[in-house]
Design a protein around this ligand. Structure first.
Ligand code: 13P
Length: 249
């Protein structure tokens, strides 16, 4: 059985006072029946880890470098993330692919280093609106998966997040059929590449305008094992609604 995962991506939002949201989450879910992960900005990682220490909530980074150390001003290594108390890292988010020109090979190299460091990697894939309208969605997702996911992946160190670019921060969400089609396709790809055992154990998240009001129906879709949430993860109250929907799924 795959353990469900509610992951929050705070992106470039939050300073010290935002830690109160984590305290509130920990208070609301003293013994969560699903995995809860918050990925705050790197400046908050250490304090966030301390805040959720001994609770059912984990913290993760939003990116890391492919090298283990060296002359890379402004970058962070996977070991450094671990050192803050993080157990996971989001890699290949469409905003990194777009803002920093990250290609599939870059994401794969980062994922290798992150897995070697013992981090769980959440690798993001997703099509643009143009690609969807041209009926290229599955080709794009398939290509991103083969290019970005390293060979050493297992059900423990890999999570794949399907985030259609046009659904991120827009309030637009694919139909449940569209989400199901992509998630079933991703499951089949993983099973073909890694075998049934590993392929079936990797968790698949949906991300893009997930809210308390639409979470339950999304969590009812086949092969959706949780969500990667942006805006609605910033406030404990909103994220709690999503976690509750996942606990009930
Ligand atoms: P929103 O939930 O704000 O649409 O963002 C989704 C996302 O990009 C999570 O990584």
């Amino acid at each position: 059985m795959r353990r469900k995962l509610a992951a929050g991506n705070w992106k470039m939002n939050g300073t010290g006072p935002a830690l109160a949201e984590l305290e509130s989450l920990a208070h609301t879910f003293p013994d969560p029946s699903v995995d809860i992960l918050i990925c705050p900005p790197a400046t908050l990682l250490h304090r966030a880890s301390q805040t959720v220490h001994h609770t059912g909530i984990a913290v993760g980074g939003q990116d890391c470098h492919a090298a283990t150390s060296g002359a890379h001003t402004g970058d962070l290594s996977a070991e450094m993330l671990k050192d803050t108390g993080a157990n996971s890292v989001i890699l290949g988010h469409s905003e990194r692919r777009e803002d920093h020109g990250e290609q599939n090979e870059d994401v794969r190299a980062k994922a290798r280093t992150a897995m070697d460091a013992g981090l769980t990697t959440i690798i993001c894939v997703g099509e643009s609106l143009e690609q969807r309208e041209a009926a290229n969605t599955l080709d794009i997702i398939g290509g991103q998966m083969s290019g970005s996911i390293p060979d050493q992946s297992t059900g423990e160190n890999l999570v794949v997040a399907y985030e259609p670019i046009w659904a991120i921060g827009t309030g637009k969400v694919p139909t449940l059929e569209e989400i199901g089609e992509v998630h079933d396709f991703m499951r089949a790809r993983l099973e073909r590449r890694f075998g049934e055992g590993v392929g079936r154990s990797v968790r698949l998240l949906y991300g893009g305008s997930v809210k308390p009001s639409n979470a339950a129906e999304i969590f009812g879709v086949s092969n959706v094992d949780g969500a990667l949430v942006g805006g609605a993860s910033l406030k404990a109250e909103d994220f709690s609604g999503i976690i509750r929907a996942l606990e009930g799924a």
